[in-house]
Design a protein around this ligand. Structure first.
Ligand code: UGA
Length: 441
């Protein structure tokens, strides 16, 4: 099939390359000339495992092209819109500027019978608000949210655990036009559909809500365990053992019960805030009032990690060398948007510590945001002379590959704060380190 993808950021670039790898002919459109130029040469504009290879392969096959010219979408049967919906600068709601601009630019080029498929994470009600304008061109609007995780984005796109498509519907159910649109999306995702991946056809509002409620649930799960960590801290309990134990209950499950400095990134924080803001607009703010608490718990944990370093250093980090291991919001990513790791580093710097940060992938992005910090590429170099060390992103380089004995030979003070509860506490203690976890004795 011929497909277009509007917006070539984290979502769009991965979607375009993945669709091409399924055999479709794909054109990616973005307003950013530099991004388009890089992508056209097969260069991934961000670190995402597997993306580079996929781009190279698909561009070489001739099935994938990138351009800044919107007219290039003509002839595509499905137009995916995957632009960003960041948090507004002066509020919690989603900034819809990019979605509106993309739709405005796209509609003059769509043809009757085409499908416009929204992928961006949007406030519920957005699709209903756009449907008429799309229908006026003779095309059909569907909402097809994405559930990809950074670091596993290619895999999640090519082999998702479910597909959700919101289509035109009435109180009597999906319309004939909606059924046709769903069939076209089934064709797009043929390999997943053929292997029996759940394919859920629903109305617009449900499709939009599936996306935000999934992220709200995941954020709540993380803040739940971090709340338990706070209780563990005053009772001497160990939150990791607690998580293991409750996680054995299949109804609860162990995943996303990793206590630590909490969630960040370009999705979870802004999505729960936008959800709260939208619910308030709808007069149902109280239904998701707990999301404000989820956010507050999450932000408190960064402060707790900083306090652990301060306390371990005798009450002040002023003019102390503190090495921060990690800057990305999670491993396998170079994304530092709303990164708790980087926030902890900035807070320590603000308290007068001499902060040195290292990260396998995210240094360049982190330096752009916080040029005042000292970034060092080499992990061992970063550790040299540290009075205290804090792990804030659980990269294998720190979790598995850093031996406590070796680290001990580099630092000045054997103090380690495990902001992700990812280290073997016993091994670090056995090597003479003072080990401090999050919600652990
Ligand atoms: C998240 C969702 O997991 C995806 O399903 C969704 O598609 C995506 O947002 C999106 O909306 O596009 P992502 O932001 O890539 O994906 O990252 P996650 O893997 O969800 O991690 C988010 C944050 O939670 C990270 O900072 C991570 O360190 C933290 N986290 C995760 C914890 O603190 N504890 C855990 O147990 C798990």
């Amino acid at each position: 099939m011929r497909l277009s993808v509007i917006g070539c950021g984290y979502l769009g670039a991965v979607h375009a390359a993945s669709m091409a790898s399924l055999g479709h002919e794909v054109v990616g459109v973005d307003v950013d000339e530099r991004k388009v130029e890089a992508l056209s040469k097969g260069e991934a504009p961000f670190f995402e495992p597997g993306l580079q290879e996929l781009l190279t392969e698909s561009i070489a096959s001739g099935r994938l092209t990138f351009t800044t010219e919107m007219a290039a979408v003509r002839g595509s049967q499905v137009h995916f819109v995957g632009v960003g919906t960041p948090q507004q600068r002066d509020g919690d709601a989603a900034d819809m500027t990019f979605v509106n601009a993309a739709v405005d630019a796209l509609l003059p080029h769509v043809s009757p019978g085409d499908i416009v498929a929204g992928k961006s994470t949007v406030p519920v009600g957005t699709a209903a608000g756009l449907a008429e304008r799309v229908a006026a061109t003779g095309a059909t609007l569907v909402w097809n949210p994405e559930f990809l995780r950074e670091g596993w984005a290619v895999q999640d796109t090519i082999d998702p655990d479910r597909l959700v498509v919101g289509v035109p519907s009435t109180s009597a159910g999906v319309t004939v036009e909606g059924e046709r649109a769903a069939d076209i999306l089934r064709e797009v995702y043929h390999p997943s559909v053929a292997k029996g991946t759940p394919f859920i056809v629903t109305d617009y509002a449900t499709a939009e809500l599936v996306k935000v409620s999934a992220n709200a649930f995941l954020a709540t799960k993380i803040s739940f365990i971090n709340a338990m960590a706070e209780i563990a801290e005053v009772t001497g309990a160990d939150v990791t053992t607690l998580a293991d134990a409750i996680g054995h209950d299949a109804r609860i499950g162990r995943r996303f019960l990793g206590a630590g400095i909490g969630f960040g990134g370009g999705c979870l924080p802004k999505d729960i805030r936008a959800f709260s803001a939208r619910a308030e607009e709808l007069g149902r703010g109280e239904s998701v009032a707990f999301l404000r608490e989820v956010d507050a718990i999450n932000l408190r944990r960064r402060g707790r990690a900083v306090d652990l370093v301060v306390d371990a250093l005798g009450g002040s980090v002023f003019k102390k060398n503190v090495t921060v291991l990690g800057a990305a919001f999670k491993p396998h990513s170079d994304d530092v948007r709303d990164s708790p790791a980087l926030d902890v580093a900035v807070r320590l710097h603000g308290l007068g510590a001499w902060v040195t940060i290292t990260d396998p992938e995210a240094i360049e992005n982190a330096r752009r945001l916080h040029p005042q910090l000292n970034f060092v590429d080499d992990r061992d170099e970063a550790l040299r002379g540290a009075d205290a060390v804090i792990v804030v992103t659980e990269w294998d380089e720190y979790r598995r590959e850093l031996a406590p004995e070796h680290a001990g030979s580099l630092v000045t003070g054997k103090i380690i704060v495990d902001g992700r509860n990812c280290l073997d506490a016993a091994a670090w203690r056995a090597a003479g380190w003072q080990y401090f976890g999050m919600g652990r004795p």
